[in-house]
Ligand binder design. Structure first.
Ligand SMILES: Nc1ncnc2c1ncn2[C@@H]1O[C@H](COP(=O)(O)OP(=O)(O)O)[C@@H](O)[C@H]1O
Ligand SMILES: [Mg+2]
Length: 329
């Protein structure tokens, strides 16, 4: 609260609670005072002039002098002085207003910058609460909202980590279980593990799988490579069938991918990967072991065929895409 020559300047409300009428006469009272003063001067004048016999000229001079004599102090005390005080007060009020405006602008900028900082991820930052006014209240609310958001974020992170851990455990159980009952033939792997596996050996050929004609191209590539291998024609047919099923799955269940064939220590490895949604963990046992299981209107024989003719199968059903590797021979 700033005191401005008897008037109160309430910083919290940014208004002047004016005490003007008590300190400075109002226009109405000023007019009244002047009218009274003139009337009194005139009355005194008339009484004086009636009691003494003056010439007309002297009467006029006395009249004027008397009026001036009474009017000057009246104007000085009731008009000039209040006017000067009023102007001074106005100037002070203007300065205070400007100061308050600058302070207000500074506080608002501080709040906006703070909110932007929190919004950019600095969730440990809190707005400094300096005043008890509306802006101070806004800063407190922003800090409270940030605290709440942060605690929810931490809860979500905790939940997310727990779910991730549970998924990893389920994956591990599935992986061990499937490995045991297939006696090491079917391996569930992480994305990194299968990536490493598909970098082993020498690359013999690769095709992109984006459209139905690419299935044929994949089959032809496999046929060309298999020609060089000491294989019976029925085995060649089975390998091509497995590759064909895996590549068809890329088109049927994902958004495209690729297939490559690699030579690894006396055997052939086909790696098929896609950018699809991956596989639902809970459906994995059905996908791998149940003949005729499909999540689409389809025969559901792909995995049955691959299980039957591939020597080893490696599968990574991550949610950024499915990767499958099959070893033959
Ligand atoms: N590349 C893939 N991406 C996502 N899901 C797949 C993929 N390949 C197979 N699947 C899932 O496995 C199931 C079984 O596949 P499969 O045995 O080939 O049968 P089908 O293709 O006839 O459905 C599919 O229905 C699908 O849910
Ligand atoms: Mg299929």
């Amino acid at each position: 609260m700033v005191n401005c020559k008897g008037k109160t300047w309430d910083e919290n409300k940014y208004v002047i609670k004016s005490g003007l009428s008590k300190v400075h006469p109002s226009p109405r009272s000023t007019s009244l005072i002047i009218a009274t003063v003139i009337s009194i001067a005139e009355a005194v004048n008339m009484i004086l002039l009636q009691s003494v016999d003056f010439s007309e000229f002297t009467e006029t001079i006395i009249d004027v002098c008397l009026l001036i004599l009474v009017m000057i102090p009246a104007f000085y005390f009731f008009v000039y002085r209040p006017m000067v005080a009023h102007i001074k007060y106005r100037k002070q009020a203007e300065e205070e207003l400007l100061k308050s405006y600058n302070k207000l602008e500074h506080s608002i900028n501080e709040i906006v910058e703070g909110i932007e900082r929190i919004n950019k991820g600095d969730t440990d930052y809190r707005l400094e609460v300096k005043t008890n006014d509306q802006l101070g209240k806004i800063a407190k609310v922003v800090n409270r909202v940030t605290d709440t958001t942060l605690s929810y974020q931490r809860l979500l992170e905790k939940d997310f980590n727990r779910v991730k851990e549970q998924e990893q455990n389920i994956f591990k159980v599935y992986s061990d279980f499937i490995f045991s009952i297939t006696q090491g033939k079917f391996n569930l792997l992480s994305n990194d593990q299968i990536l490493t596996l598909c970098l082993e050996g020498e690359l013999l050929g690769k095709v992109a799988v984006m459209k139905s004609e690419d299935v044929n191209e994949a089959r032809e590539l496999a046929a060309r490579i298999l020609k060089e291998q000491p294989l019976q024609s029925k085995d060649v047919y089975h390998v091509i069938l497995c590759i064909s099923e895996a590549v068809t799955n890329v088109l049927k269940h994902a958004n495209g991918g690729s297939m490559e064939i690699r030579q690894i220590k006396g055997s052939l490895r086909a790696c098929i990967s896609d950018y699809g949604p991956g596989m639902d963990l809970s459906k994995l046992p059905n996908i791998i072991f149940v003949q005729g299981f499909s999540t689409k209107i389809s025969m559901g024989y792909g995995y049955t065929i691959m299980n039957k003719y591939a020597k080893k199968i490696y599968l990574s059903p991550s949610n950024t895409g499915t990767s499958l590797a099959m070893d033959f021979i």
